[in-house]
Design a protein around this ligand. Structure first.
Ligand SMILES: [Zn+2]
Length: 340
C-alpha cells in the first residue's frame, strides 16, 4: 500500500537538481567533459549535498557539473524526459518543473533551443508515464548585481509570454539571494505583469523577511519560493495570510543550506497554523537526496504535520499552481475527499 494515498504535487523542482548521478556521468562521458571521478559513485559528493555544506552559495556549487553537461539539446531532452518518468514512478500527480534557459547557453544553444529541448523531453516523459501532469516554469536568474544579466532575464520573460499556453506556465526568479537587494529585480516582474504572466519568486531563504515583503508588496507575488524566514516578522505573516500568499517550502533543502537548523524547528507547521498557505516540495531531489514521500516522512515524524496537514498542503499546491482550471477542479475534489 502507498504511504501517502492522495494526489501528490511538487510545485518547486529545479530540473538541473533532478538529474540522476548516472545520467550526469553518462552525459559527461559522451561529451568528453572532464569529471573529478572515473565512476558514478565517485561523482556523488560533487553533485549532492551533505551535512558539510556551510551555506546556500556552497550548495549552489553542486549545480556546476549538472549545468556543464546540459549544454545541448539531446542532454536537456534526456534530463527532462527522465525527470518526468521519475516523478511518475514516485506517484507524483502533478509537478511544476523549473529551469533557467540562460544557464544552458554556454556553448552554442540559444534560450529558445534550450526551451524546445526541455519541452520535447517533458512530452516524451509524459508519454512514457502513467497519470502525471507537468507544468514548466522559466527562471530568470540572480547572479549578483541585477543589471549583469538584465538582457537575458528579459529575454526569458519574453519567451515565457510567447510560449504561454504552449508548454510554459509562468516565470520565477532564482539564483543567489543576498548579493544585491531583491528590489533591484523589479524589472522582471513589471514586465511579467505587463505580459499577464503567472509568476513565483525565490525569497526569504538565505535572505531575510524583508525580501519576502518586497516580493509580495512590490512585485505582487502571491507565490514565494521558500519564504520560510517570514516567520521572523509576525506582522508580515499576518499580511501574507490575509493576502493568501502561498509558500513553496522545501524542508531538506532549507536544512542543507543552513537556512533552518532542523526539521523539528523548521517553521513550516507554525506558518500553516498561522493561516499561511504552506506547500511541501523537493527543490532539487537528486542534489538533496529526497523524494516527496521522504519529505512527507520528515514533515510527519519530525515537523509536526498530521496526515490532514499533508493533504491540506497539497490542496494549497493545487490552488496556487499554474495548472488549467479543469485539472485544478478534478484534483481539488480528489484531495478534499481524502481529508478525515
Ligand atoms: Zn528553488
Amino acid at each position: 500500500m502507498k504511504r501517502y494515498d492522495f494526489p501528490k504535487l511538487d510545485l518547486h523542482l529545479h530540473l538541473d537538481g533532478a538529474i540522476s548521478v548516472n545520467t550526469i556521468f553518462e552525459l559527461a562521458k559522451e561529451r568528453g567533459i572532464k569529471l573529478p571521478s572515473n565512476n558514478p559513485e565517485g561523482l556523488v559528493p560533487y553533485v549532492t549535498a551533505d551535512a558539510d555544506i556551510s551555506d546556500v552559495n556552497e550548495y549552489l556549487k553542486k549545480f556546476e557539473i549538472p549545468t556543464a553537461v546540459l549544454q545541448d539539446k539531446p542532454a536537456l531532452r534526456r534530463a527532462a524526459r527522465e525527470a518526468v518518468i521519475n516523478l511518475g514512478e514516485q506517484g507524483v500527480r502533478y509537478a511544476e518543473i523549473r529551469f533557467a534557459p540562460q544557464l544552458h547557453t554556454k556553448k552554442f544553444l540559444k534560450q529558445p533551443d534550450a526551451i524546445d529541448a526541455v519541452l520535447e523531453g517533458i512530452s516524451e516523459g509524459k508519454m512514457e508515464s502513467d497519470n502525471v501532469d507537468i507544468g514548466l516554469i522559466l527562471c530568470a536568474m540572480s547572479f549578483g548585481d541585477a543589471s549583469l544579466n538584465k538582457k537575458e532575464n528579459l529575454e526569458t520573460v519574453r519567451l515565457a509570454s510567447e510560449l504561454k499556453g504552449k508548454g510554459i506556465d509562468g516565470i520565477d526568479l532564482a539564483g543567489a539571494e543576498c548579493l544585491c537587494p531583491l528590489s533591484d529585480f523589479s524589472y522582471i516582474f513589471e514586465e511579467a505583469k505587463d505580459l499577464n504572466l503567472s509568476y513565483t519568486c525565490h525569497a526569504g531563504d538565505s535572505d531575510g523577511p524583508e525580501s519576502v515583503r518586497t516580493a509580495i508588496l512590490d512585485f505582487g507575488a502571491r507565490r514565494i519560493g521558500h519564504g520560510h524566514r517570514i516567520i521572523e516578522d509576525t506582522e508580515l505573516c499576518r499580511l501574507a495570510a490575509g493576502l493568501g500568499v502561498t509558500l513553496e517550502i522545501c524542508l531538506t533543502s532549507n536544512i542543507q543550506c543552513k537556512t533552518q537548523a532542523s526539521y523539528e524547528t523548521h517553521p513550516a507547521k507554525r506558518l500553516m497554523d498561522m493561516g499561511i498557505k504552506v506547500t511541501l516540495n523537493t527543490d532539487n531531489p537528486v542534489i538533496a537526496g529526497v523524494t516527496l514521500d521522504s519529505e512527507y516522512d520528515f514533515a510527519v515524524l519530525q515537523g509536526g504535520f498530521s496526515m490532514n496537514d499533508l493533504i491540506r498542503a497539497n490542496i494549497n499546491s493545487v490552488e496556487a499552481s499554474f495548472m488549467p482550471p479543469n485539472l485544478k477542479n478534478k484534483l481539488l475534489e480528489e484531495l478534499s475527499g481524502k481529508i478525515k
